[in-house]
Ligand binder design. Structure first.
Ligand code: PHE
Length: 338
């Protein structure tokens, strides 16, 4: 029995050493350790071994099994390494990888991040509101009566439910005042929708950046100083800014702000970038009613608000002549901002 064990072990080790590939290695394994393998058969003979020899024979069987298993593992690793090397012939794994084309941020996103960054440094916290709005937050609370042209079905996208796609981000002013007591200083970037004919300066879905500042003594010079500082930070210290008197139902007095666009080879022109004004007391009154308190009592607080068109800011920033370029997703255009 002892001799047989040694013989089986030596044969097996020789077969393993000689195996040229994974398949013959597996065959060698099965022929020794498989169900009918030579070592398995020998082990089954243990039951006939006289008790006195069981210990020694058992040990021999065990050490044979251990030696064979170790040889199998070592050979398997060798074969794997040979296969790996073969697979790499002609390939230099130390070459640097080829660069993948990377995407980039859309110019409007780029601009929004910059604008929000500037306003945040001025103390305006980021705020948000729904794009599907109700008439109260979009119009009524903003002192915009039912017969105002902005509410006309020709100008606004209504749902059957009576809700609508917000025509401006000013609805976020109301939502934030309902939620937070003054002092309040927020900026709310977002999409706004109008039934506008699309042309070189108008889109039916566009982006605004709303701002609102309410405290006990906010004044018109605060409004002017803040927005001028903002626009000069955006476009450079020598940017020409113009405030034109205007009308909005929710501010009084109201202004439109123009920035001078100067593109080489083009006559300079003023581009309207924002509406703004001092919050109308009627808006504070509507907020008080909605909050059921006097936190925004127009006798106690004042405020200014503004709404900028992000596409317009982009046109000034990069001298873009046609607003539609911003939504066509032509990579030849977009790549210029990457
Ligand atoms: N909501 C106005 C618009 O969309 C802009 C605006 C915002 C005007 C805040 C005044 C104050 O045209």
């Amino acid at each position: 029995m002892k001799d047989q064990i040694l013989l089986v072990q030596n044969d097996a080790l020789a077969a393993i050493a000689a195996a040229p590939d994974a398949r013959s290695l597996e065959e060698a394994r099965v022929s020794v350790l498989g169900k009918k393998g030579s070592l398995t058969v020998l082990s089954a003979g243990m039951k006939d071994v006289p008790p006195a020899e069981k210990g020694e024979i058992g040990q021999l069987l065990n050490s044979a099994r251990t030696a064979i298993t170790a040889a199998l593992d070592a050979k398997q690793a060798d074969l794997q390494e040979i296969a790996d090397r073969a697979a790499l012939v002609g390939i230099d794994p130390t070459l640097p990888a080829r660069a993948l084309p990377a995407g980039a941020v859309h110019p409007l996103t780029l601009l929004r991040e910059r604008a929000v960054g500037i306003l945040r440094r001025m103390g305006f916290a980021l705020a948000d509101g729904p794009e599907i709005e109700d008439e109260f937050h979009c119009f009524d609370a903003l002192n915009t009566p039912a017969d105002h042209p902005a509410r006309n079905a020709k100008d606004t996208f209504y749902f059957d439910s009576g809700k609508l796609l917000r025509t401006h981000t000013s609805s976020v002013q109301i939502r934030m005042m309902e939620k937070c007591a003054p002092p309040l200083r927020i900026t709310a970037p977002g999409t706004a929708y109008r039934r506008d004919e699309i042309d070189s300066t108008h889109l039916s879905a566009f982006h605004q950046l709303e701002g609102l500042y309410v405290d006990t003594d906010v004044s018109l010079p605060d409004l002017k100083g803040t927005l001028e500082a903002f626009l000069r930070e955006m476009f450079g210290a020598d940017t020409a800014v113009r405030f034109r008197p205007h009308f909005f139902p929710f501010t009084e007095p109201s202004f439109e702000i123009d920035v001078k666009l100067e593109v080489k080879g083009q006559a300079p022109r003023w581009i309207e970038v924002a509406g703004c004004g001092m919050v109308d007391p009627a808006v504070f009154e509507a907020v008080c009613q909605s909050r059921k308190d006097r936190a925004y009592d127009p006798e106690k607080v004042t405020g200014f608000a503004f709404g900028m068109g992000l596409e317009r800011l982009a046109m000034i920033q990069w001298g873009i002549r046609d607003i539609r370029l911003l939504i066509e997703n032509d990579v030849r255009f977009l790549r210029q901002f990457a």
